[in-house]
Write a protein that binds this ligand. Structure first.
Ligand SMILES: NC(=O)CC[C@H](N)C(=O)O
Length: 243
């Protein structure tokens, strides 16, 4: 449902509704040029940035990987990576036509390399596979969503922030649900039965909040070091030093 806040004395009709679901929001937030993290790392992962959380890069880099973050519509060539990662991101997944088309080509390859998607990345992989997504009446946005793993029936508590979901009934042959939400029974992940592809609707990188200003510790320690070195006039403090 769309809403608007209008100041008293203003005709509500004079402001049109703004519907974010008919806009390609990913295009606006994705990186514009590729960026490499941990150049010497291995294996080499290409990460499609649909609006990614940096903790996803950290989770890959701290496990030794080299990560090349590319724009949402970057051409994907499997000879240029060892594994493909598709990030989370805003909006309706059906808006990301270029990413879906690129993924579809890759998953149709004979000897395809592994791919893993999170949240929007999960929805895009599902759409590329041929499944359908839908707008949920109530999105899942919290740190305590129970998800049951198919096969083991083990239930995990997950972090989530999404308003669309994949309709598991529409998954083509060769694809299976990997997790299902124990509360609302929506799909929480898919896996290919023969090829090395899987994706999850929840956020396994699960860092509870943004860490954008964690660099204030660096600013503080730089100020301490400057102070110790006798540069008492140095003015590097303040949030602007962190960004
Ligand atoms: N966190 C995400 O990637 C959200 C995916 C998608 N924008 C949704 O709301 O369903």
């Amino acid at each position: 449902m769309l809403g608007k806040i209008v100041a008293e004395g203003t005709m509500p009709e004079s402001f049109p509704f703004h519907d974010p679901n008919v806009i390609n929001l990913v295009k606006g937030v994705s990186i514009k040029e590729p960026v490499v993290y941990n150049q010497q790392g291995t294996p080499s992962i290409v990460c499609v940035d649909c609006g990614l959380k940096f903790n996803q890069i950290r989770c890959l880099v701290t496990r030794g990987a080299k990560v090349t973050v590319v724009p949402w519509d970057h051409p994907l060539r499997s000879n240029e990576y060892d594994g493909l990662f598709i990030s989370n991101g805003p909006g309706d997944p059906t808006q990301c036509v270029a990413t879906i088309t690129n993924l579809r080509k890759l998953i149709e390859e004979e000897n395809c390399k592994p791919a893993f998607g999170i949240c929007l990345g999960h929805q895009l992989l599902s759409l590329a596979a041929g499944a359908k997504s839908f707008k949920m009446s109530c999105g899942n946005r919290s740190h305590n969503q129970p998800c049951t793993h198919h096969g083991t029936e083990r239930c995990f508590i997950t972090t989530q922030n999404h308003g669309f979901a994949v309709n598991a009934e529409t998954l083509p042959a060769d694809w299976s649900p990997l997790f299902t939400n124990a509360n609302d029974h929506t799909n929480e992940g898919i896996v290919h039965q023969k090829k090395p592809f899987f994706s999850v609707q929840f956020h396994p990188e699960h860092m509870a909040g943004p860490r954008d200003l964690e660099d204030l510790f660096t600013v503080f320690l730089d100020a301490v070091r400057d102070w110790k070195a006798g540069e008492r006039g140095a003015q590097r403090g303040g949030p602007e030093g962190a960004v």
